[in-house]
Design a protein around this ligand. Sequence first.
Ligand code: ATP
Length: 365
Amino acid sequence: MGTMTTSYDIAVLPGDGIGVEVTDAALALLRALEPRMGRKLVCTLHPAGAQHFVDTGHALPDSTLAACRQADAILFGAMGLPHVRGADGTEVIPQLDIRFALDLYAGVRPIRTWPGLPVPLSNPRAADIDLVLVRESTEGLFYARGRGRIEGEGDAACAFDTMKITQRGTSRVCDFAFQLARQRKAQGRRGHVTNVDKANVFMSMAFWRRVFEERARAFPEITTEHAYVDAMALNLVMRPWQYDVLVTENMFGDILSDLIAALVGGMGMAPSADIGDAHALFQPAHGTAPDIAGKGIANPSAMLLSVAMMLDWLAVRHADAALADGARAIERALQEAFAAGAVRPYDFGGKSGTADIVAAVVERL
Ligand code: ATP
């Protein structure tokens, strides 16, 4: 009897700018991990992005979206180029279309401090930063995308964008945050969810808060608190180490996810996942970084950590512990490489390029 190697199909969308460079890094990492895990990750590249839009008139071809639906998971680089705009003046951002098309409602953005890498905050407790932001990703203010309207002309002109908050959309993302807090509690963390809203001003946000409170009752072992988004911007800089899981509306989450990435040194260390009930997409939280694209100096860590998140998600979904072991190996290898000072990325004032960091991680796997 021959042994069949368990394999998973990964749809890979490198995209634009440094998206392509960090995707190469991810593929090199997966190739090195496969024998260690005893699993195959069959990665198939698919076109999409701003450059593809320039070349073909399509930012997200149907065939690419179909491949995403078929795959076990989606790995995504970054998309968008500042000079490439649609007819209404907005950037070409196919990742938003994928989120909506595949109903990827939970945007998961974990950040933590990495020993060996400097952080902007001088308080020594910054070493303890370890939190996850869960951003609702299918409604909120982003519901307005493609639906905004301008009424009147000249001095009377008014532009409108509508925020949409639903019972179902809010319940499911709150449940996701509570379940995540439960998993983190099992790993020794606080088991605490902070709801971030603006319920003191907007009816839609007061509604959001009510749904959060309803869902919280199903998770009695998880402690909760509410924070207004403006106060949260302050607290995240003053004492980020006190937070565990945050859950918030789409636009607030968009803004706060950049803020929390800054707490641990910038976008280069911020992975993310966009998770739905049927599909999930994994990508670094950063964009295409046109300012450094093509130089080989992009920090691939955010992407490598997104690969770890993908392996963790697949591990749970397919009850395959070998994949979770692979995820831990990535984190450990990265941690060791930084802690030993073996590599330091450019965005942390170092001289290690993308390939140097990948090599340092692969060597330690
Ligand atoms: P988007 O709107 O798609 O998020 P953006 O241009 O606002 O794109 P990024 O592309 O994330 O934001 O870039 C923000 C800054 O962070 C840039 O100065 C960029 O060079 C830097 N940056 C982003 N990702 C990385 C990375 N992986 N390594 C090093 N620097 C990065």
